[in-house]
Ligand binder design. Sequence first.
Ligand code: K7E
Ligand code: CUA
Length: 638
Amino acid sequence: MREQKGQHPQSVEIDADDASVSEHVRMSRRLFLGSSAALVGAAGTGLGAGLLSPSAHAASHDGPSIEVKPGELDEYYGFWSGGHSGEVRILGLPSMRELMRIPVFNLDSATGWGITNESKEVLGHSEFLAGDSHHPHMSMTDGKYDSKYVFINDKANSRVARIRCDVMKTDKIITIPNVQAIHGLRVQKVPYTKYVFCNAEFRIPHPNDGTGLDDIEAYYTMFNAVDAETMEMAFQVIVDGNLDNTDADYTGKYAFSTCYNSENAVTLAGSIRNERDHVVVFNIERIEAAIKAGDYKTLPGADKVPVLDGRKGSKLTAYVPVPKSPHGMNTAPGGRYAVANGKLSPTITMLDLHKFDDLFAGKIEPRDVIAAEVELGLGPLHTAFDNRGYAYTTLFIDSQICKWDVEKAVRAYNGEEVDYIVQKLDVQYQPGHNHTTMGETRDADGKYLISLCKFSKDRFLPVGPLHPENDQLIDISGDEMKLVHDGPTYAEPHDCMIVHRSKVKTDKLWKRDDPFFATTVAQAKADGVVLEKDNKVIRDGNKVRVYMTSVAPNYGMDSFRVKQGDEVTIVITNLDNVEDVTHGFAMVNHGVQFEIGPQATASATFIAKEAGVHWYYCTWFCHALHMEMRGRMLVEKA
Ligand code: K7E
Ligand code: CUA
């Protein structure tokens, strides 16, 4: 067995006096390695270990300064998924400071996400659905970030959300019909993001009406395209196997997804039997032509969504066999190659995207598009790229990032004696996704790499059985990768993307005609209320709408009356047009709390159950008299 980098406790600085603690740490590491190694069986690779440069072994802190001094601004925006916390976070890089959280598939007390009527309209469900967000990706024009939207999947409830980058709020959410577990998500890069591509992972019976569990023949899953502007379904393509991750090319013609369980099994043992699974290539032009020609069907409950058959033998897809259970799918910024990361195989498969036209023309066989099979180490999950021809792959089991030379890997595959592995860097520990600055676009700049490590173990002060994850910042601008920062994060950044600050333009104030609160504005208009000046209570049967302005440190009304049992809607318009003066509204003992940004209107509805006086108050610190910004609701006995 080759030497396992990363698991051995070379860098552990546990209190030397406490032998039991350090022994415990060593034990748990060995146990962890044992179980993950068992998962891949005897899969082994002899490559790489001898090529390590000595300085790559330990975390090095002599790289360029990453210090962002107080008052200085970061160079990059990082968009982090929040995994099963359901949110998206914005970090500044290289400081790794958390700048903002964007609630998406979660409830958020601070902003009222999931509480306000405006957010409920976006969420579209009356009940709260706990989300699991994995893959945030920004819209592009000509293969470069255009700062319009960030899209993110919810694996737990088969949804896709869109975040508007001008205000950094979620503005649309769609539930993908007739599938389960939207996982891999990426955008069409060229000529612009017309489609958001998203994989449904789990195969389900069709129809899924409760009539059968065991008719495996009736199971399938689908590749999905959402129209990025309307956020409605564009099309769905039936495939063989379970879909995992996806990416698109730099011509706009193709998207491709890793696919495990080519066995079409429903159990773990069944789904890892085959030595090879596949990458499914989707021919977007042919799919669009088939839709135009009416060559599709529809499924119950979604009669406007074209469903095309892309199973083996279809002209719309190609199945490229690759080693066992591939996971990450990453297109290199040069546009020629994409890699499928092995996961259960140490092999990474490089696809030559320039051969896809010939593949679909029937001139070559699927395996002919393989440019190289690259052996880097154990558990390759995801790969990122710089602008100098290097790739960086996370090795989950080895707890390393492997830097390798893309062209040399191709030459080695063609029989030349070249070493393509440049460096292996230990990370702490067990990395999943990684991402380079601008690395999924034509603007890849090769400055920083993030390694999203699933385990942090001994890297931070202990905080109980639940540990933070460790998002590590690595300087890749020089010849060697250098670890420059450990960043603890809460569950669970699966993925991130890093955008240069010059690309992002956000608003400082809301616009009064913003569509985010258009429904509330329309209701006010119907009530004859001018939101920018009126403070009024409108009764409509047992529905009461309370319209208030707010200007620091006052609400437009310091009291109002309703009757017990009324359905009360509070509508607040923040008239302050000063950057950073956000008000809040909390109705004590009613579970109602939300943010009203400068020049925004926000509202929430609740039932006035208890008779009596109930105070409301401002929650966002807005003024020296913020504490005094409050009022009373009298609920009169029914
Ligand atoms: Cu590798 Cu959901 Cu992209 Cu997790 S996925 S790591
Ligand atoms: Cu308004 Cu605090």
